[in-house]
Structures are given as structure tokens and as C-alpha cells.
Design a protein around this ligand. Structure first.
Ligand code: NAD
Length: 352
């Protein structure tokens, strides 16, 4: 049955829950109907917005006006809330990381299958323009065949002082920003992963990782360095992409950056040695200006709020999910393997 607009209840009305509220207000087919949060002051805030408020999850689930439950609580309760909601006949949107362990997602997927309800994870950074630019650059061979990608986010503010610092809630940066960066990475190639290694940092002395460095090798030869840091007073570029014919850099979310590639119309010019420190080098001299082409980053198109319109289309059976659960599961398996590699301080060879 199709409706002009589906009623959605936000469960967990904190930072992300209220952001969803703002975004969904702008959509046509979804109506922010109500809010449930275990904290009274969050419910007061929701009331102020004119939303229905509920005093229990049970009250949400037994309300027949509710079509969709959006889960934006801390990570540890996503699974139970999702399964409850699906069993009550609701469709579910769930925040990332969907669950702390990959097996838990399989349990949710089973219930979604049994109940015939839609379950989709909010991997919103699939629509980030910086990522889409890199994906197009690879697809169009702008810098030749890409053989190495570096993807980083770095801050100097530590981990927020809430549940994100606690293991029991699924805290730590690998399960936070890591989920986004690894999800994006897996969309850059059709190849399977061959091996991984990782280092988790605990500079801030928290019980969870405050950052990590992961090295991932794909079967097609692509290598990737994925790095998240929370103690970087100077940050490195968001993306650094090396191809057989050039290099691209995207410095930040403002999309500043450039592409430098060899000029196919000019014979390679022998570099002149340059003074480097107390020595001379030809090997590390910059490529000659005449044999390279320097250009801006080519922008990519992204449809605002497409996640929500896709969800509605999936619910109505007119589109495939933009975030398939099998892809989300693969990211969680990769994360588990990175934890394992870090703990063992070993390269793990595994088909992922
Ligand atoms: P937050 O601490 O600001 O908000 C969480 C809210 O959930 C709080 O208001 C809390 O009272 C409530 N809550 C806790 N347990 C609950 C329960 N059992 N039932 C109902 N409400 C409950 O956290 P946040 O930053 O909003 O993060 C929430 C989720 O969103 C996390 O899974 C996080 O990883 C995700 N997130 C995603 C993005 C993104 O870009 N996709 C960004 C930020 C956060």
C-alpha cells in the first residue's frame, strides 16, 4: 500500500536524531511523526518541535500510525531496537555502525526477511561529494589506473566525552569514522580484499581506540591507507590518490585540491637535479612543468537527501536499496579483521 507520506518516529533524539529530524522535514514522502528517547529533556525538546512523544519503545511499536522507526541511539542497543521494531511490523532506518559485531547484523537481516520489512543503514557518506569525486576519477581513469588510495580524517579534539569513549557502547574511532571511510573504500573497486594490517592508537588513554591506521590490499593490486586521528593539530589531506599517469589530492571537505598528470602530448622531459638538504637529487625533483598538466578537481553530482527518497522507493518496491545490507555486513567483517590484525600485530590474509 502506498501513502502520500509515511510516518516516522525517531528513537534516540540526540545529536544525530535531531539532525535526521531537520533533514526529513525537507523531504516530501516522510513525516517526522514522533520521538522516543530515554532522556526526558530530549523528549521536551521534541515536544517543543511539535512532535508526538512516547514514554516507551513499546508505546511507539503499538502505535498503528507509525510506519517507520529510525534508530539513532548509541550503538549497543541498535540490534535489539531494530529487531523489536521489525517484529512489530515497522520498517527501520538504523544509524551506523549498524551493530558492533557482524553476526548481529545477520540476525537483524533474518528478521527483516521473515517480516518482509525494509531495514536500511544510514551510510550517508556514500553521498559525500569528496568521495564521489574520487570514485569518478577512478572510473574515468583521470590519473590512469589508480593503484593506491589514502583516505583520512583527522582532528585535534580527542573523542567526544560521551558513550563514544566506552567499549560497551561500541565506542572508538574504528567503529565511528572508520565505518564511513571503509564503506567508501569498498565502493572504489569491485575487487575482493586480499590482506589487511592495522594499528589502533590509544594516545588519550581511553578504553577504546582514539584513532587507527589501516593498510588494505585488494586482489586487483589496489592498496589503501585509511587513517583516523583525534590528536592531529595539523591534518593531512582528506584524499590522496595515485594512478599510473598522475596524482590527485583533495585537501578537505571544502573540496580544495588538484590533479597533476603527465601530458600525453609531450615527450617526457629529463628532470634536472635539485638541491635537497645537504645533497642533490634527480629522482625526487618535481616533474617538469611542460610535461605535466595541472588542473582543478572535477566536481561530482550528488542528489541531496537521496538516502530518504531511496528508502521510500525500496519500501514501495520501485528501487533497490542504495545501501544493501550485504555491503554493510562486509564492512563490519573488515572492521573485525582490522581489530584482529591490530591485536596480533600481524598482516592477516583473508578474502573479504
Ligand atoms: P547522542 O549521545 O547525541 O544521542 C543518543 C540519544 O539516544 C540520546 O539522546 C540518548 O538519551 C538516547 N538513548 C540512549 N539509549 C536509548 C534507548 N535505549 N532508547 C531510546 N533512546 C536512547 O549520540 P549521537 O551522536 O546522536 O549518535 C547516535 C547514533 O548516530 C550512533 O549510532 C552514532 O554512531 C550515529 N551517528 C551517525 C552519524 C552519521 O553521520 N551517520 C553522525 C553522528 C552519529
Amino acid at each position: 500500500e502506498t501513502k502520500s507520506a509515511y510516518n516516522l518516529v525517531i528513537v534516540g533524539y540526540g545529536g544525530m536524531g535531531s539532525y535526521h529530524g531537520q533533514l526529513i522535514e525537507k523531504t516530501d514522502r516522510l513525516n517526522v511523526f514522533g520521538v522516543f528517547d530515554t532522556a526526558d529533556y530530549r523528549l521536551e525538546l521534541a515536544k517543543g518541535k511539535g512532535y508526538e512523544t512516547y514514554d516507551s519503545m513499546q508505546a511507539v511499536l503499538s502505535d498503528e500510525n507509525v510506519d517507520i522507526v529510525l534508530i539513532a541511539t548509541p550503538n549497543d542497543v541498535h540490534k535489539d531496537l531494530a529487531i523489536e521494531a521489525l517484529r512489530a511490523g515497522k520498517h527501520v532506518i538504523c544509524e551506523k555502525p549498524v551493530t558492533i559485531y557482524s553476526a548481529d547484523l545477520l540476525d537483524i537481516m533474518k528478521v527483516a526477511e521473515e517480516t518482509g520489512r525494509v531495514f536500511m543503514v544510514h551510510q550517508n557518506r556514500r553521498w559525500d561529494e569528496d568521495f564521489l569525486i574520487v570514485r569518478e576519477l577512478i572510473q574515468k581513469h583521470t590519473v590512469g589506473d589508480v593503484f593506491h588510495v589514502e583516505s583520512r580524517v583527522q582532528g585535534a579534539n580527542g573523542i567526544p566525552g560521551d558513550w563514544r569513549q566506552l567499549k560497551a557502547y561500541g565506542g572508538g574511532m574504528l567503529l565511528d569514522w572508520g565505518v564511513h571511510l571503509l564503506d567508501q573504500l569498498l565502493l572504489l573497486t569491485d575487487s575482493q580484499i586480499d590482506s589487511v594490517s592495522a594499528h589502533l592508537s590509544t594516545i588519550l588513554d581511553t578504553e577504546v581506540d582514539d584513532g587507527f591506521t589501516a593498510f588494505i590490499r585488494f586482489k586487483d593490486g589496489l592498496t589503501a591507507l585509511v587513517e583516523v586521528g583525534t590528536t592531529n593539530y595539523i591534518k593531512l589531506p582528506r584524499w590522496y590518490v595515485k594512478g599510473s599517469e598522475g596524482t590527485a589530492v583533495i585537501r578537505d571537505w571544502d573540496l580544495s585540491g588538484e590533479v597533476v598528470r603527465s601530458n600525453p602530448d609531450v615527450e617526457k622531459v629529463e628532470p634536472k637535479p635539485i638541491q635537497a638538504g645537504r645533497g642533490l637529487t634527480k629522482t625526487m625533483a618535481p616533474p617538469s612543468e611542460e610535461s605535466t598538466i595541472r588542473g582543478p578537481i572535477e566536481r561530482a553530482e550528488t542528489i541531496p537527501e537521496e538516502f530518504y527518497s531511496n528508502f521510500v522507493a525500496v519500501l514501495e518496491g520501485t528501487a533497490k536499496p542504495a545501501v544493501p545490507n550485504t555491503e554493510v555486513h562486509r564492512v563490519l567483517v573488515l572492521i573485525e579483521t582490522l581489530f584482529e590484525a591490530a591485536e596480533q600485530n600481524q598482516v592477516i590474509h583473508r578474502d573479504i
